[in-house]
Write a protein that binds this ligand. Structure first.
Ligand code: UFG
Length: 336
């Protein structure tokens, strides 16, 4: 099936998980660029208010009938698949939950995509597929040795995609491997709003806000300049732009592939804390704590491939800006 374009000449994009943190920023970018968007989300962690463009179809990826009817009726040119569980620590204690949603439900989705003859697929993958990479910055060709079920569940889906595209000339995909995504819509309309957020920047800001007594630094004896872990923090709007670039690339018959999404340089936990204190103006307390299980010491992307292939140029490569947009968003949320 080759679908005709929308009246404005733009493609239709079906977005699973479009009500979540990253998905909603991509829906925003798609809508602003004139694409027709339909979000499919079970609202388990997403929010109706976060979907700024197109319509929202409430349904579960495990429900094939609902999924197929939402997709068939929309007749999309491309599917973007965000809906997934994302907590590394939880994946260790509840692995089947992760394999069920992140792998089995992705398979479900791909079967429907096949049945409907949809050619283009963009997948939210993660730096967690690499595990503890031997070379930093890590390149896409590095071996995949995920060290937790979250990373493994995503790596398996990447494998499904690779095998499917190998077997089928009419199917093309891009897997975007996200590094540490942070920040919020600069206009303050959407941002992260999970229950029990575990990510460093969000925890730091909630501590500054008074929701926690102190911020723990997990591990101060790593082999890094200040002893704390280093990560490559990328603003969510730059990540959203990478999805639009990927979409254009696929629609222009680009060759499917996997791409790192990061800036190519990192900050330590202590550096992030300093920036969070500066932005918030709050000298919130921190405590040194033991290492957290499964944390690689340094995770920084080699982002040359996406820059070269799609001419992706980040606009917000500035940790202070990332933290400021996250802080402005955080302050709009009620204190818990
Ligand atoms: N950290 C703290 N204190 C906190 C929270 C985090 O010291 O309260 C540290 C962590 O130990 C880690 C760094 O801050 O060293 C970053 O931790 P995050 O939880 O913010 O992010 P991760 O690097 O663990 O997770 C990210 C993505 C995951 C992905 C993973 C791959 O969010 O989706 O990278 O390693 F799987």
């Amino acid at each position: 099936m080759i679908s005709s374009l929308s009246p404005n000449g733009k493609a239709r994009v079906f977005v699973t998980g479009g009500a979540g943190y990253i998905g909603s920023h991509v829906v925003k970018a798609l809508g602003e660029a004139g694409y027709e968007v339909r979000t499919y989300d079970n609202l388990s962690s997403g929010n109706r208010w976060a979907v700024l463009h197109g319509d929202l179809f409430t349904g579960d990826l495990g429900d094939r009938i609902s999924l197929k009817s939402a997709m068939e009726d929309f007749d999309p040119h491309a599917v973007m698949h965000f809906a997934a569980y994302i907590e590394v620590a939880e994946s260790v204690t509840r692995p089947l939950k992760y394999y069920r949603n992140n792998t089995v439900n992705a398979l479900n989705l791909l079967e429907v995509v096949q049945e409907l003859g949809i050619r283009n697929f963009i997948f939210s993958s993660t730096a967690a597929v690499y595990g503890m990479p031997e070379e930093i910055p890590v390149r896409e060709e590095a071996p995949l040795f995920p060290i937790n079920p979250y990373g493994a569940s995503k790596a398996m889906t990447e494998r499904l995609l690779a095998d499917l595209s190998e077997a089928n000339d009419d199917f093309n995909y891009i897997a975007l491997r996200y590094f540490n995504v942070a920040g919020a819509d600069p206009q303050g309309r959407i941002g992260q709003s999970y229950e029990n957020a575990t990510h460093l920047i969000t925890r730091a800001l909630k501590t500054a806000k008074g929701e926690f007594d102190l911020l723990q630094i997990f591990g101060t004896d790593y082999d890094t300049p200040d002893g704390t872990c280093i990560r490559d923090y990328i603003h969510v709007d730059d990540l959203a732009a990478a999805h639009l670039s990927s979409l254009n690339y696929l629609l222009g018959n680009g060759i499917g592939d996997r791409f790192n999404c990061g800036y190519g340089h990192g900050y330590s936990v202590r550096e992030v804390i300093e920036v969070a204190r500066k932005v918030t103006g709050v000298d919130f307390p921190v405590a040194e704590a033991p290492r957290r299980a499964g944390d690689p010491p340094i995770l920084v992307a080699d982002s040359g491939k996406i820059r070269r292939t799609m001419n992706w140029i980040p606009r917000f490569d500035d940790l202070e800006y990332i933290v400021r947009t996250a802080w402005e968003w955080e302050r709009t949320l009620p204190k818990k």
